[in-house]
Design a protein around this ligand. Structure first.
Ligand code: NZQ
Ligand code: ZN
Length: 382
């Protein structure tokens, strides 16, 4: 294994009724002013808003609302939240939603305490913010990204046309109630779960010369994710499957799979840039790109592909593993072509060239790609 330091900053409260049972006690540790952050309003339709505001009110908190956080949150939205946090002397930010709301709030917490532009600081000067961020708590209503248990945030800078990973503090606590996810649209449930599968695969395919326990754990997370997705194909509201997927989601991105190894994450880099140009759904973008990317690199890591194929899909051989993944994506009804993705612009070869040229090329996958190879992968899915 590679050397590592491992520490866990997020306390997790998992299960049915977790907010009712624990939130009031948690809130007692923080000051009176809470920024309640959420997205486009799903929490007002499924009862989550009512339940949480009731608990906040009973705890005597002064609540300021930060609303309308969009999927693929923008740096402009971060500034709006930071201003609200500053003006209202916020003691705790409570992010209620999926990866988009949680990521946006991670950077709000750090941006609210400094006059510096955090995009410039982190993405241009490659420096970490000096001031301690406002504490953040997450209530997860859409699982898949694992954003609730890490300190990364994926933010879109619309002016620069970059969707990039920024670093902030991880949430101090996370409430994971599978019941809160039940109102998610079917496609979002499956694309979120595919994101989890992708995280485990991207971690597993990091170039490492020796197998280690993290690979074994990653394969177990993949097996569980695929099994539980198959259960959901029969009954999308199966509570056991929803709860298993809520935890595989957190497991895949809480750092435990990355212990003692380097990771790949090139498919994520391509998808993030595709998202920067099109605003496509993250999990669905990954479903379109993964088989094409893996066909491209299968000969660079044949043993690892074969091992995954055997463990996760019960097939023999490296190429068969990629075929089995592609078949599974179809079985789930996830998109297989770029034309099936939500997009704010027409996806043309010229656009894909821009996406390819701006994709971050990472060094730790089976082979480092070139921008031309990224273009080949993207154009194959047009
Ligand atoms: O905005 P509302 O009305 O709440 O609707 C949301 C949104 O439209 C809806 N939704 C959420 N909970 C719901 C619900 N609808 C009904 N019932 C509920 N209980 O779901 C839609 C998608 O939400 P979003 O948060 O955008 O999805 P997801 O959780 O997939 O997050 C995607 C974002 O996370 C980033 C992605 O790049 C993308 O920006 N990621 C963050 C990561 C991290 N921080 O570790 C890792 C990932 O690789 C990923 O990049
Ligand atoms: Zn992801």
């Amino acid at each position: 294994m590679e050397n590592f330091v491992y520490e866990y900053p997020t306390k997790v409260y998992f299960g049915k009724g977790a907010a009712k049972q624990h939130l009031a006690g948690i809130l007692a540790a923080y000051g009176p002013n809470v920024l309640l952050a959420y997205g486009g309003g799903s929490i007002k339709k499924n009862g989550v808003y009512e339940e949480l505001t009731g608990i906040l009110k009973a705890a005597g908190k002064t609540v300021t609302e930060f609303t309308g956080i969009m999927s693929n949150p923008t740096f402009a939205k971060v500034q709006e939240g930071a201003k609200l946090a500053r003006n209202n002397k916020i003691d705790l930010v409570l992010a209620v939603g999926g990866g988009s709301v949680i990521d946006c709030c991670k950077i709000v917490c750090a941006q609210a305490v400094t006059e510096e532009n955090l995009w410039d600081l982190e993405m241009v000067q490659h420096k970490a913010p000096a001031a301690a961020p406002i504490p953040l708590g997450a209530v997860v209503t859409a699982s898949g990204t694992g954003a609730e248990m890490n300190g990364g945030a994926v933010i879109t800078n619309e002016d620069a046309k970059i969707k990039g990973g920024m670093f902030a503090a991880a949430p101090r606590f996370a409430i994971l109630d599978p019941e809160y996810t039940m109102s998610l649209p079917r496609m979002q449930v499956l694309s979120g779960a595919f994101d989890t599968l992708s995280h485990a695969m991207e971690t597993y395919f990091g170039r490492s010369d020796r197998d280690n326990v993290s690979d074994e754990v990653a394969l177990a997370v993949m097996v569980s994710t695929v099994t539980n997705m198959r259960t959901l194909l029969k009954d999308i509201h199966d509570y056991t499957a929803r709860s298993n997927l809520m935890w595989t989601s957190a497991m895949a991105e809480n750092g435990i799979l990355k212990v003692g190894r380097v990771t790949d994450f090139e498919c994520h880099q391509m998808e993030h840039q595709l998202g920067a140009y099109t605003d496509c759904n993250h999990g669905q973008g990954l479903a379109v790109l993964h088989p094409a990317y893996y066909r491209h690199i299968v000969k660079d890591a044949p043993e690892k592909f074969a091992r995954l194929g055997q463990a996760v899909f019960g097939v023999d051989g490296a190429e068969a593993a990629v075929d089995a993944l592609a078949d599974f994506i179809q079985e789930c009804g996830l998109p297989t072509k770029l034309s099936q993705l939500r997009s704010k612009v027409e996806i043309t070869p010229e656009l894909l060239r821009q996406v390819a040229n701006s994709t971050n090329l990472l060094p730790n996958g089976p082979r480092q790609l070139t921008h031309d190879e990224v273009y080949e992968i993207l154009i194959e899915r047009l």
